[in-house]
Design a protein around this ligand. Structure first.
Ligand code: ATP
Ligand code: FE2
Length: 330
């Protein structure tokens, strides 16, 4: 079975094509294009215009590079939410048009669930605790009683957003996460920062404010980046470990753009090893927002009979992870 997926929840527009091989995901094509604001944060309408401009070309290119005939596609999936309204509507409109044109079924996919499923589909893990760390989201998710449940999350901003905001303050380009990672490698001095955990939840805005104050006081950028990473990632590691103990799972999976970070990977891997648990992370192109993860989740849903009628294919900006009934894992 072959699925084409369109991702468009925020700054990235992506088209992916996947195939199922013995229950594992084979990625045939996965192309993304990222909107980068000239200055400041993401402007949803500008991002949506960007997506609309690039989508037709991305669809053609994805089908070409997958080396398939468009009639071989069995199902069209799209990111139904959560995300920014104008971006979601652009991706959904394209998916509807494509489904009608190819006369194929449509499936609306939860973006957060897709981050988890692509990990299960490509890394070999089966029943993990997912640490989902991106710009907009920071959640600890695990499967329990038919749904993916959020055991912990950020009480304010996402970790990626925290890094990007810090980057903007330090005059680094967007997205700042990867640049902060490089600078942090040259950090030598640990600067004390607030470490906020409540149960299995975390918070980052206090840490961000303190880091900004260190910059004003003239501390080295490298030391600030190093200290921010060490503090924030330790907090994330601690809550992930707590969730693993709580739900009794032996696998931990990373997902979301910040999962590209080598230091975070190292910390989570070490924690897993110390618990005798297994650590998994998808390849980087599948960690960031992408169409393949939407296609794969759509394929899993379609395989167990779930489709979305065109007239019901509205988007849901606040689509919650635990609103999805995970029929395909029964
Ligand atoms: P979502 O819609 O799931 O919230 P998103 O729109 O933030 O996702 P992603 O591509 O999942 O998109 O994540 C982007 C974030 O990842 C940005 O905040 C970026 O700074 C961060 N990021 C990317 N690479 C790294 C890295 N190596 N280290 C730290 N952060 C990173
Ligand atoms: Fe994402």
């Amino acid at each position: 079975m072959i699925a084409l997926g369109i991702e468009g929840t925020a700054h990235t527009i992506g088209v992916g094509i996947v195939e199922d091989l013995n229950d594992k995901c084979r990625v045939l094509a996965n192309i993304i294009k990222m909107y980068k604001p000239a200055e400041g944060g993401i402007h949803p309408r500008d991002a949506a215009n960007h997506h609309a401009t690039h989508l037709p070309h991305l669809v053609t290119k994805a089908i070409e590079s997958a080396k398939i005939d468009e009639r071989e596609i069995d199902v069209i999936a799209f990111s139904k939410g959560p995300g920014m309204g104008p971006c979601l509507r652009t991706a959904a409109t394209a998916a509807r048009a494509l489904a009608l044109y190819l006369e194929k079924p449509l499936v609306g996919v939860n973006h957060c669930v897709a981050h988890l499923e692509i990990g299960r589909g490509t890394t070999g893990c089966e029943d993990p605790v997912l640490l989902y760390v991106s710009g907009g989201n920071t959640q600890i998710i695990a499967f329990a009683k038919g749904k993916y449940r959020v055991f912990g999350e950020t009480l304010d901003i996402g970790i990626g957003n925290c890094l990007d905001k810090l980057g903007r303050y330090l005059n680094l380009p967007f997205p700042s996460g990867p640049i902060i990672e490089k600078l942090a490698k040259r950090g030598k001095k640990y600067l004390d920062l607030p470490y906020t955990i409540k149960g299995m939840d975390v918070a980052f805005s206090g840490l961000l404010t303190s880091a900004q104050k260190y910059y004003e006081k003239g501390e080295r950028i490298e030391d600030i980046c190093y200290s921010v990473q060490e503090t924030a990632f330790s907090a994330l590691t601690e809550v992930t470990e707590r969730a693993m103990a709580h739900v009794g799972k032996e696998e931990v999976l990373l997902g979301g753009g910040v999962a590209s970070n080598e230091r975070l990977r190292e910390m989570i891997k070490k924690m897993a090893e110390e618990r005798g648990a297994k650590f998994f992370v998808p390849e980087k192109s599948l960690c960031i927002d992408n169409g393949a993860m939407i296609a794969w989740t759509g394929l899993l849903m379609y395989r167990c009979g779930i489709t979305t009628k065109v007239e019901d294919s509205f988007i849901d900006q606040r689509f919650r992870t635990d609103d999805v009934i995970v029929k395909w894992r029964e």
